[in-house]
Design a protein around this ligand. Structure first.
Ligand SMILES: C[S@@+](CC[C@H](N)C(=O)[O-])C[C@H]1O[C@@H](n2cnc3c(N)ncnc32)[C@H](O)[C@@H]1O
Length: 196
């Protein structure tokens, strides 16, 4: 586990009460959830679990992974109130070292997080007709917040370059985030289906 990343994120969550407040699930997850061929889902870098909780409340069995113990602790508190706890499996993990199981998930979500080397592994972790949703920040001069490390932000058109002909792109877009997020930021999203 990269201890400095864990400390950084734990501190961020502890210093910023707003990050621990319940938030609405991703609109793209809401739109594409029903395309998933099975109810096994993976939420990478789940944070306090706005998307994990939504998936579990909609019948999915969710593996929820994050490097922050503080975020996962908060997710555990929310689970008790609203969700069948047995549907959510949290794991404290450094996603830079993560090896997901092959052909396992019907739906995978990577929201507001970027580790480029993970994308091909996540694609392989889908079952046939499984859905991968990636939706995260891009470099843009009008962003309200500049990245602590520019590697964490996408370049124009970048996500399209990760997928070969085994995958169909169901939607790709670059857009300004809405009022559901705290800062005005440019984002990039792709939704792909694994064809074989
Ligand atoms: C901006 S939050 C996004 C949370 C959630 N996906 C969402 O959309 O609401 C980014 C999350 O990535 C997690 N994270 C950062 N680096 C990580 C790593 N190397 N491994 C696992 N999780 C990591 C942080 O702890 C944090 O919860």
């Amino acid at each position: 586990m990269a201890q400095k990343d864990q400390l950084k994120w734990d501190k961020k969550y502890m210093d910023n009460a707003g990050l621990l407040m319940p938030r609405k699930p991703s609109p793209l997850l809401q739109k594409y959830m029903t395309h998933a061929p099975t109810n096994k889902a993976l939420d990478v870098a789940c944070g306090t679990g706005r998307n994990t909780l939504f998936l579990a409340d909609n019948g999915f069995e969710v593996d929820a992974l994050d490097i922050s113990a503080v975020a996962l602790q908060e997710l555990s508190q929310h689970m008790k109130k609203v969700t069948d706890i047995s549907k959510i499996h949290t794991q404290l993990i450094d996603l830079e070292q993560y090896e997901p199981p092959i052909s396992h998930y019907g739906l995978i979500l990577q929201s507001n997080f970027l580790v480029r080397s993970l994308i091909s592994k996540l694609s392989e972790a889908l079952v046939k007709n499984g859905i991968l949703i990636i939706d995260t920040y891009m470099i843009h001069e009008e962003n309200e917040k500049s990245p602590s490390n520019p590697d964490f932000y996408l370049h124009p058109n970048e996500l399209k370059g990760f997928f070969g002909d085994k995958y169909e792109i169901l939607e790709y877009k670059e857009y300004w985030n809405g009022c559901e997020e705290t800062r005005h930021m440019r984002k990039q999203a792709i939704i792909v289906e694994k064809l074989s």
